[in-house]
Design a protein around this ligand. Structure first.
Ligand code: DGL
Length: 269
């Protein structure tokens, strides 16, 4: 077993969307190795029940722990919303970060008016996880949430700047913008890819909170606090494990990652 510092960070998501978090981690922590798990055979999670998501999340957590990681990052907002307790219970003291904690902290810190919008999958929005977390940090904030179920398929289709996506965004954002929010949390792995379009629809005075970037920042802080940051000058190791390799996997994955994907391994459970 290599020294703990040299172990990879385990990052997982329901599919390829969590690669937005991997991309932010690569930029913020260029020395860290990453082991990514995407449950591409069972995506989407955002419309599934809590008990199913808990079951899948437990399987993924056990798999990553078995491979050896020094930190776990729940890159999927839906898993973070309803199953972070499952991960923490199994992690046995290993640091566990998630996109909701990071996004909620950033939104509360950055909002001036205290009126914050959250967009995410139906399961994330119904769980009220973002609002609960933000209220725990500041009981005075007002949180307005909106489920945007069509965004995930539109992003996977590559329609990042398409009239259909624009119309859909106008429709989804209307009720949230009517509440005069000054910040909008992108509460789903796929939404950072829609940032330019969403900024356009929301208006330039609305601050978009990208939880991928804030999660990478939090990971850097925790590794430093725990003295777990990797040292030396050897290149980090990036590995991608998925439960299925669908036809367009490579192109979609590279869009999320913003660079070539390299070797992808299909899981043997
Ligand atoms: N990864 C999910 C999320 O961040 C989006 C895709 C899905 O529904 O599984 O909520």
């Amino acid at each position: 077993m290599p020294p703990v510092r040299d172990l990879p960070i385990g990052v997982f998501d329901s599919g390829v969307g969590g690669l937005t978090v991997v991309r932010a981690l690569m930029e913020r922590l260029p020395l860290e190795s990453i082991l990514y798990f995407g449950d591409t055979a069972r995506v989407p999670y955002g419309i599934k029940s809590v008990s199913t998501i808990e079951h899948f999340t437990a399987q993924i957590t056990d798999y990553l722990l078995g491979r050896g990681v020094k930190m776990l990052i729940i890159a999927c907002n839906t898993m973070a919303a309803v199953a972070s307790g499952v991960v923490k219970a199994r992690a046995g003291g290993l640091p566990v970060l998630d996109v909701i904690e990071a996004g909620a902290r950033a939104a509360v810190a950055e909002s001036h008016s205290g009126a914050i919008g959250v967009i995410g999958t139906p399961t994330t929005v119904n769980s009220n996880a973002y609002a609960r977390r933000m209220h725990a940090l500041d009981p005075a904030v007002r949180v307005y949430s909106q489920a945007c179920p069509l965004f995930v398929p539109l992003v996977e289709e590559g329609w990042l700047d398409h009239p259909v996506t624009r119309l859909t965004a106008q429709e989804y954002l209307r009720p949230v913008l009517a509440e005069k929010v000054d910040s909008l949390v992108l509460g789903c792995t796929h939404y950072p890819l829609l940032k330019p379009l969403l900024q356009d629809v929301a208006g330039s005075d609305i601050h978009l909170v990208d939880s991928a970037i804030t999660t990478a920042e939090q990971a850097a802080q925790r590794l430093a606090e725990l003295d777990l940051a990797r040292r030396g000058d050897t290149l980090p190791d990036y590995r991608y494990v998925v439960t299925d390799i669908p036809l367009r996997f490579q192109t979609i994955g590279e869009r999320f990652l913003g660079r070539s994907l390299g070797a992808v391994e299909k899981v043997e459970w």
